[in-house]
Design a protein around this ligand. Sequence first.
Ligand code: NAD
Length: 790
Amino acid sequence: MTDAAQRILQLRAELDQHNYRYHVLDEPSIPDAEYDRLFHELKALEAQNPQLVTPDSPTQRVGSLALSAFGEVKHEVPMLSLGNAFEDSDLEDFDRRVREGLDLPAGDLFGSVEYSCEPKLDGLAVSLLYENGLLVRGATRGDGSTGEDISVNVRTIRNVPLKLQGEGWPQVLEVRGEVFMSKAGFEALNARQLEQGGKVFANPRNAAAGSLRQLDSKITASRPLEFCCYGIGRVQGDLPETHIGILHALKGWGMPISRELKLAKGAQACLDYYRDIGQRRTSLAYEIDGVVFKVNSLAQQRELGFRAREPRWAIAHKFPALEELTELLAVEFQVGRTGAVTPVARLKPVKVAGVTVSNATLHNMDEVARLGLMVGDTVVIRRAGDVIPQVVQVVSERRPNWSPEEREQRSVKVPEHCPVCGSAVERTQLVKRSKGKESFVEGSIYRCVGRLACGAQLKQAIIHFVSRRAMDIEGLGEKSVEQLVDEGLVNSPADLYALTFEQIVGLEGFAELSTNNLLEAIEQSRKPTLARFIYALGIPDVGEETAKLLARALGSLARIRQALPEVLTYLPDVGLEVAHEIHSFFADEHNQGVIGQLLKHGIELQEEGDLHPEFAASTTLAGFITKLNIAFIAATGAERLAAKFGSVQGIIDADWLDVRQVERLSERAAKSLRDYFDDPANAQHALAIENQLREFGMHWQSERKQLEGLPLAGQTWVLTGSLEVMSRDVAKDKLEALGAKVAGSVSAKTSCVVAGPGAGSKLAKANDLGVKVLDEDAFLAVLAGYGVAL
Ligand code: NAD
């Protein structure tokens, strides 16, 4: 056998295997770019040796056999693949072949060919059969002639019409299109899968295919799938004579089609379209791997006909791949601002979508374990949009046969000591609460315990502290921070306020003017708002929004510092986990020292004040009892207990018989309650929270009692457009202080909409629904009417 013949056999076997994994199992082991390279190598070899082409070669066939677990569907009109163009010249060649096929002379003198242009969605092809306007069957492409019956599953996709709208549709109409998952849907699904210990998908295509081809349609229904239609199959009845005409007709009958559908005349216009979509690729809501050009006239399509696996009248012009193969050279550990020690992959440099990638994030050790990474592995790297490149998969079949010792050596281990400061590295603990008890489980993050004694953490902490959205000290770049730390001039954020002219002017890149500017900027930063200060402290998991929330709700640093985790969980979006982070940050002696020093250096917090009325009103005793998670005590039981006893102390003091007398409280529940409070630790803990709430001025109340007395209680307001006199945030605060709820969208229940310049759909909706609309002046007048100062 010749070398070529041997290589052809080898490539076919390999491609068959990849086709099976990709099309049947929805679990490819190599990126598409690698598949395409193998496919093109085979194509080129077959072109040089036409006598070796056999009908079973992957170059002659579409997809792969259907999975027998589904019923079979025969496609009367085969579902084909598409030829590919990678370079502009491939597309020009395609246009030339089309013109030759249509007997059109070369050059544009005799008119250009009209092409429809559509994005090439990266999902899977599906056929939907409508009879008399009703959806009767859904099928996958399978091997092009036989697909799988997935009728039940396609019905769960929300934008697939079960019935065609309007009239004039053909009696039998087979619609073809792509089922796909948006980028946001994919991220959300993976986050959910990770949380529930389910399968994490490498990319949106795999997620879409894996979700649609489920034997249990309930799973399909729970996945964020969408459909976009791009063509037709079998038809009995009349349709327009152009591709774009057909798609518009389908749209009229309720079929989703691409918003990017365009007509282009000639190859040049197609290339313009390719570039335009290419530039917008990352901002589209869904992933695409290219664009598809189709001869628009159906008469011309018929004249051109088909080749073995693809039409002669269409081509996919591919974009650079988002996934590539490379080698994992090493895993190093980086120390971040909060001490998190995170693994980073060092890679053999590889070009992914036009950019050379040599590092990729590995998130945490759970992710390393999930991937099963070993140094030296061949890995799939993915770079989608501006997201940091990620390792999505190990190509296990390319792993050499390492000995057990070698495997041990190549496995990824967390260092016992911080690579920067040598302090111990500890695994974080997560707080869980079940059956009224808190317990700790191991988290996925490792932390260096060195805190600000760790150079890496100190540098990052200072860089964060001075950043624009934190203390906003202009003129102190990363390099200068590094120098200040390395030379021992700054050992904590508080030291910034003791820097002298001489110390700064001695730094690289500083002269007299810049030194004075920096000193001035440091001076200026002494009066931050409470929210900025909290954010600047760099509490793990506390971003700008949470910092604002803490400041707005609790009103003072003193309260935030003391707040018990449970009290913090009354803040919207603060869970027990974050609440514990905040609490332990302030409970830590070292951090207390830094805050004390900052205050000593003359930091004067602005915008400190009272507890926010809505926050104060958010604590009901019943809600608190429910939060304690006592076995058999649910929301209604808690409400009855609250109504009878009025406080935690009241419940603790009550005797067993009293508890039993609570209306419809079962004996089991009463016993569980008693057992819970009989444990002194539980009783003390609950009382400490009750006391703290009282100290903060948050008295137990029946639902929203405090709001009831407020003038706008019970009303829902919506703010839209831009306001000039006050920001929307401030307006929101003022409204909430008057007892109103401020919502993000308009409904019939909205009491009033404040619309500034630039208001759009919300204003239109308010007008449609007849909701009262105020401009900013009228709004200010309302506030003034309630005596609210501006
Ligand atoms: P294809 O995906 O390159 O093109 C055909 C498909 O494009 C159609 O079936 C349809 O599903 C889709 N499509 C999207 N938008 C469209 C539009 N507007 N009009 C028409 N079709 C549109 O070809 P294929 O035969 O489905 O699969 C081959 C590709 O799949 C290869 O290029 C390869 O990248 C990938 N693949 C990868 C592996 C792997 O192991 N990684 C294995 C097999 C195939």
